[in-house]
Design a protein around this ligand. Structure first.
Ligand code: PLP
Length: 386
């Protein structure tokens, strides 16, 4: 039996909540989606939440709501899931990347500052920056937000990994340092709706725009119409939107799961602390944490000192898998993907991201992981590296 790198936790209450929706009058666009949105906004201390069918959709409509379109530029980290960059391309904008901080693996504020100075001189400043809270640890948002203010750039936090995390005394998602924050509820993430995402914001206009974009660009608000309604049935499509709606079943699962958010994060923090202790004497670099951040620990990423271990990266990976440890790698730097090479990106563009990719491996971490399972992971890793 493989110990997976991540796994959802489904309780009897979760199953009952989904079943109840199936027996109700609404399978989509009913009362549970707004309840789930409220549970998320209350947990992360944001004013408005817009639930959609994935974080990818949330990133797309977040970009559109901020006015991203052809001719605009969006910057993100190269070490993230492809969705963080694809959202800009969906809008017809250009994408570029800011290299990572070699210690936290998050978008590096110093690299950002340097790139902004050049872009300012060349007239190629981005409209939006998308910092990604890798593994659940917040980026250095104070520094990023200060630069964004200086150059008049909007910020979307990709917090797909970071529900339940804290930064600078606030929950990630409070949007103190951003316009919009996006969460993912895919089963590998901390809280799941099977497929699902929520965009949160403190700006009513942005929330209303995203609500419209998730449902075809249609409005029922007479104030926004070009003429008086023809009758009570009337609606108008005033821009081009999508069908990105979340179902009631998904929302019911998410609402039930959100009751256990603090339990989930508490257990993950406990497991991470235990890994920190049990792996401390090995030829590896363990996850480094900023003083003012408390990660939600979506992932536990280890970097192997290959020169000391005298094995290749993929040998270590294969030996873990062969021993029943379901390791993974987050992520192949996006600029090295063939689709992005075709856009002109190449090996050597982001050296810190490439160095990270050369020796990083995510080892198992999930809510229901037992201490015995964790001990087994540690035993196997020790055997491979010592
Ligand atoms: C999972 C993930 C996404 C996409 O989430 P979906 O809900 O699967 O669309 C985007 N960004 C990051 C960093 C992710 O980990």
């Amino acid at each position: 039996m493989m110990i997976p790198y991540g796994k959802q936790d489904i309780s009897a209450e979760d199953i009952a909540a989904v079943s109840e929706v199936l027996r109700s009058d609404f399978l989509t666009q009913g009362p549970v989606v707004p309840k789930f949105e409220k549970a998320v906004t209350e947990a992360v201390k944001a004013k408005y939440g817009v639930a959609v069918n994935s974080a990818t959709s949330a990133l797309h409509i977040a970009c559109l709501a901020l006015g991203v379109g052809p001719g605009d530029r969006v910057w993100t980290s190269p070490v993230t899931f492809v969705a963080s960059a694809n959202c800009a391309l969906y809008c017809g904008a250009d994408i570029s990347f800011v290299d990572i901080d070699p210690d936290t693996y998050n978008l590096c504020p110093k690299a950002l500052e340097q790139k902004l100075i050049v872009a300012n001189d060349e007239g190629t400043l981005p409209k939006v920056i998308i910092p990604v809270h890798l593994a659940g640890q917040s980026c250095d948002m104070e520094a990023i937000a200060a630069l964004a203010r200086q150059y008049d750039i909007r910020v979307i936090e990709d917090a797909s990994h970071a529900i339940g995390a804290d930064y600078a005394g606030d929950a990630v998602g409070s949007c103190r340092f951003s316009d919009i924050t996006v969460f993912s509820f895919h089963p590998v993430k901390i809280v799941t709706t099977a497929e699902g995402g929520v965009a949160v914001t403190n700006n009513l206009q942005l929330a209303e725009r995203m609500q419209r974009l998730r449902s075809h660009g249609i409005t029922r608000d007479p104030e926004l119409m070009t003429k008086a309604p023809d009758g009570a049935w009337y609606y108008q499509q005033i821009e081009l939107g999508f069908n990105y709606r979340m179902t009631e079943m998904q929302a019911a699962l998410g609402l039930s799961q959100m009751q256990r958010l603090s339990l989930f994060v508490e257990r993950r923090r406990g497991l991470a602390k235990r890994y920190n202790e049990l792996l401390s004497d090995l030829p590896v670099t363990l996850p480094q944490q900023l003083a003012d951040s408390a990660s939600s620990w979506h992932l536990y990423i280890v970097r192997f000192h290959l020169e000391k271990i005298e094995k290749t990266h993929s040998q270590i990976f294969d030996e873990c898998r062969a021993a029943g440890i379901g390791v993974n790698l987050h992520y192949i730097p996006i600029h090295l993907q063939p689709y992005y090479s075709d856009l002109g990106f190449k090996q050597g563009d982001y050296p810190a991201a490439e160095a990270y990719y050369a020796n990083a491996i995510s080892i198992p971490l999930f809510h229901s992981m037992t201490d015995a399972q964790q001990d087994e992971v540690v035993r196997v890793v020790k055997e491979i590296v010592l």
